[in-house]
Design a protein around this ligand. Structure first.
Ligand code: 5RP
Length: 230
């Protein structure tokens, strides 16, 4: 059922495509459906050029013969289609459960529009209650960065723990950019803009998973059909 809803949301995003578009390709199980569907269109002759937001998505796109490029060759993209972990009523997002938040944010920021595709489990009244906020950090000085992030969490009334993401006990998860991820459990985030600034002020923080005012349209699949949120 859930995969079915994700595919329905992904199919709605196809309505935004025009021949010759420069597209950002998101990461995650919902974005994977979009890339599959785009692959079908490309096989039928659709012309586009795409920038993937992760090595996983790049491999999938290449396997489907979707033409790939990068942000050295293309200065702007027309549209990025990506998933999200949480979506608030203003279409602010938490992203990064899949570990690709840095490239996802770079690609979305280089795009004229960002469309999010998700099932309705991702809708929240305010960011923070369900997913931890992923924070991508440099390996160097990890302890100092963790203490600085914990300090910001305390100032923002965070409820939960701060964890280094691991693939197995003792093995940290390493992002495509070679960085580490901290998962910070905030509970309800009441001041996302201020939190964003405070986290980016920490020297060892590379980026975080708050995507504020970046998404213009979300296609949210429900058992009663796909809702378009703007
Ligand atoms: C990866 C992401 C994903 O878009 C997000 O985690 C949603 O994934 P899914 O569609 O599998 O629920 O931000 O970094």
């Amino acid at each position: 059922m859930s995969e079915d809803l994700k595919r329905q949301a992904a199919a709605m995003a196809l309505t935004n495509l025009r021949p010759g578009m420069r597209l950002g390709l998101g990461t995650g199980s919902t974005a994977r459906h979009f890339v599959d569907l785009l692959g079908e269109k490309v096989a039928a002759g659709f012309d586009c050029i795409c920038v993937p937001t992760s090595e996983v998505t790049a491999r999938q796109a290449l396997s489907l013969n979707i033409p790939l490029s990068d942000l050295e060759t293309l200065d702007r993209l027309d549209l990025t289609v990506d998933g999200a972990d949480e979506i608030d009523p203003d279409l602010n997002l938490i992203k990064g459960a899949g570990g690709a938040l840095l490239r996802e944010k770079i690609v979305a920021a280089a795009s004229d529009a960002m469309v999010v595709i998700a099932d309705d489990s991702k809708l929240v009244p305010a960011l923070g209650p369900r997913f931890p906020l992923p924070i991508e950090v440099n390996r160097f000085g990890l302890g100092a960065t963790q203490r600085a992030v914990a300090d910001v969490m305390a100032r923002h009334g965070a409820q939960g723990p701060l964890r280094l993401r691991e693939t197995a006990p003792g093995s940290p998860y390493v992002t495509d950019g070679g960085h580490l991820l901290l998962d910070a459990f905030f509970g309800r985030i009441s001041q996302p803009e201020a939190l964003s600034r405070d986290l980016l002020d920490i020297a060892g923080v590379v980026q975080h998973g708050l995507f504020l005012k970046m998404c213009k349209t979300a296609y949210v699949a429900t058992p009663d059909g796909v809702r378009t949120l703007t």
